[in-house]
Ligand binder design. Structure first.
Ligand SMILES: O=C(O)C(=O)C[C@]1(C(=O)O)C=C[C@@H](O)C=C1
Length: 306
């Protein structure tokens, strides 16, 4: 049985994602995303499940930075999990008594309207996860009156749900990814995604356009682009890209080769099946067969056969 690390403790959305992605895996709760990924790097876990982006809040920057700077890991699967938040209190607390609230920063952002409307003036403190917040509130000595967490965390930590579905939108989803320390890569399915991190060779006009051109000239659709600071000063950024297709597809492989040539560093993060199973768009002239035919034509031409 494989062991997967995740953002704990028990009751996080991350755990819910892990249970769907790998129902039979042994679960190793970790204090934060970095610790979960380090457990994989040290061989203490066979893989990890971590949040990558949220449809309202955007990128989970800690995960992006871990993927860019930490020892390389491979994304092997993804999952889109609807996230629904509850307001949880100790059984003896009433809604009007809530003055101090604790939750994960991403949950705070997603429930901002509810907090302003229903709990005006409440102080919000951030926890390492939504379930860590619930666990904290379950302590009778806790200085916090309520947690914003998944309903399941309330059941696990003996809290009472005083409000449910408190997110600013009802259709929010978080994208989680499962990573492993090494291959093999998942087989291409025809509905795949490829992730990578690109560092510029040097800062010059059109550098980003040159990178984007490697995708566009091969008809590759991007599904996410994120810039993150390198830490080397204002204006210094590196880029995360997600594109449609698998590195085994000729057009994606060639785009990565092109990026490898023009970038200071290109880190491949993996090719894996898309959670929504939407087939990859293949524009005219960019299929594997058309790439193979063109390569064959070039070989014959170079051999003086045309
Ligand atoms: O704290 C949790 O329950 C998590 O799984 C983390 C996380 C996140 O990092 O965005 C996951 C989904 C929600 O958006 C809120 C928090």
């Amino acid at each position: 049985m494989s062991k997967l690390a995740y953002l704990g403790p028990e009751g996080t959305f991350c755990e819910a994602a892990l249970r769907i992605l790998a129902p039979d895996a042994e679960r190793l709760p970790c204090a934060n995303v970095g610790a979960a990924l380090d457990a994989v790097r040290r061989g203490e876990a066979d893989g990890a499940v971590v949040p990558l982006e949220n449809s309202l809040e955007g990128a989970i920057t800690q995960t992006l930075d871990e993927f860019a700077w930490g020892e390389p890991l491979l994304i092997v699967a993804e999952l889109l999990l609807p996230v629904e938040f509850s307001l949880l209190v100790r059984p003896d607390t009433e809604m009007r008594q809530i003055k101090r609230l604790i939750t994960h920063p991403a949950a705070h952002t997603q429930c901002r309207n509810f907090i302003e409307r229903e709990l005006p003036g409440a102080v919000v403190i951030h926890a390492s996860s939504t379930a860590a917040a619930a666990q904290e509130v379950s302590n009778p000595e806790s200085p916090y009156d309520a947690a914003i967490s998944p309903a399941i965390a309330g059941e696990l930590y003996g809290l009472t749900e005083v409000a449910s579905g408190i997110g600013d939108r009802t259709d929010t989803v978080t994208r989680f990814v499962q990573v492993s320390a090494h291959g093999p890569l998942p087989e291409p399915t025809g509905a795949d995604r490829t992730s990578m991190v690109a560092f510029l060779k040097d800062d010059h006009a059109g550098a980003l356009l040159e990178m984007l051109s490697e995708f566009s000239v091969r008809g590759i659709n991007l599904s996410r682009i994120e810039s993150r600071p390198t830490g080397d000063g204002i204006g210094r950024y590196f880029f995360h890209f997600d594109c449609e297709g698998h590195v085994a597809d000729a057009r994606v492989g060639e785009a990565l080769s092109g990026l490898h040539r023009i970038c200071g560093d290109l880190r491949f993060l993996g090719s894996y099946p898309r959670a929504d199973q939407v087939p990859t768009q293949i524009r005219t002239g960019t299929s594997d067969a058309e790439f193979a035919e063109a390569a064959d034509w070039l070989t014959r031409m170079r051999a003086g056969q045309i």
